[in-house]
Design a protein around this ligand. Structure first.
Ligand SMILES: [Zn+2]
Ligand SMILES: [Zn+2]
Length: 347
């Protein structure tokens, strides 16, 4: 039997390389040799805790990873767009395209979703993945595999910004400058937002936020965040806000950063329900809270923006590790809050 190498999480913080059977390539699927994979915050939650909310390993081994790019090595029967040798990125959610949500164009809410690296579904930290051709996109020639692996978090930023309803020249504040915060800042810049304020405790991340498009940065250690934001926004606060930390405090405080009638988008992963929210003032001030779960039809758009030079997401990659050292890469990503943003594993 032909096998491939895969990193398998056997229990929290324990991974090993195993030889697993090569995936079957079904009709309409291509076989992708994975070349680069980004480590996501959600991978880290599974790595350290074995679960996020209801998605739990429950003692079953799991292959992590869902941000990947690679090369097509086989095209199954019925494939028409892609052929062997194409350099591609893989959209990691596999919707059924048959249920009511899929048919309504809201495939991120598919009732039968299969999502890479989320229990019980295996991810892409293995050498080969067989995936439906319609969810695999050819990369522009000038895009590297590493950049390809960064597209997925960029699509989250693009989805959040699109979904918020922000228009050009509108003001925005982004709280939390991890990968999703950075990608949101960059998406805001790309669509032509006005004042873009980045908030984070790490000076290194605020520097990076400027590179990604923030017009102003605020470190909460330097004083009152709400007051500084008001100074930068005619005294009233931002019109749009994006939360990408996922702590009780940031969820609660963000309403203090915006003007009446503002829209607040929650992108951070909160692990517990029961988080207090300032609902009375939200009602009295006419605030709108939105959430974003994954993305719909954003991958090709993200690549178009990069191809024409309107977006450049590569700076967020701070560390690279070879496949054999993937566990080190995970430990770096867990530990490296001060100097790391996106850690990439190269196969
Ligand atoms: Zn991700
Ligand atoms: Zn569906």
């Amino acid at each position: 039997m032909e096998t491939m190498r895969a990193w398998v999480l056997t229990e929290p913080r324990k991974m090993e390389i195993r030889a697993l059977p090569m995936p079957d390539v079904k009709e309409g699927e291509v076989l992708v040799r994975i070349k680069s994979m980004g480590i996501c915050g959600s991978d880290l939650h599974f790595y350290t805790d074995g679960k996020i909310g209801d998605y739990a390993m429950n003692g079953k081994p799991l292959i992590l990873g869902h941000e990947c790019a690679g090369e097509v090595v086989k095209a199954g029967e019925g494939c028409s767009r892609l052929s062997v040798g194409d350099r591609v990125i893989v959209e990691p959610g596999k919707p059924c395209m048959r249920c009511d949500e899929c048919r309504a164009g809201r495939y991120n809410f598919c009732h039968n979703m299969y999502f890479m690296g989320t229990p019980p579904w295996d991810g892409c930290m293995c050498e080969y993945v067989a995936w439906p051709e319609f969810l695999v996109y050819e990369m522009p020639e000038d895009m590297s595999y590493q950049e390809g692996a960064l597209i997925e978090p960029f699509t989250v930023g693009l989805q959040g910004v699109t979904n918020s309803g922000i228009g050009y020249a509108d003001s925005a504040v982004v709280v939390g400058c991890g990968t999703i915060g950075m990608m949101t800042i960059h998406a805001l810049k790309t669509i032509g937002a006005g004042t873009i304020i980045a908030v984070d405790m790490e000076p290194f991340k605020l520097e990076m936020a400027k590179k990604m498009g923030a017009t102003d940065t605020i470190n909460p250690r330097d004083g009152d965040v709400a007051e500084k934001i008001r100074e930068l926004t005619d005294g009233y606060g931002a019109r749009y806000a994006f939360e990408s930390v996922g702590t009780e405090k940031t969820f609660y405080d963000i309403s203090g950063y915006v003007r009446d009638g503002a829209t607040i988008t929650l992108l951070g992963l909160l692990i517990d329900d029961g988080t207090p929210m300032p609902m009375s003032s939200a009602v009295m001030r006419g605030l709108t809270y939105k959430t974003v779960i994954r993305y719909v039809n954003q991958f090709e758009k993200a690549m178009t923006l990069i191809h024409y030079g309107r977006a450049n997401i590569l700076p967020v990659m701070t560390h690279q590790f070879p496949f054999e050292k993937a566990q080190e890469a995970f430990d770096k990503a867990v530990a490296g809050k001060k100097d790391s943003i996106k850690v990439v594993v190269d196969f």
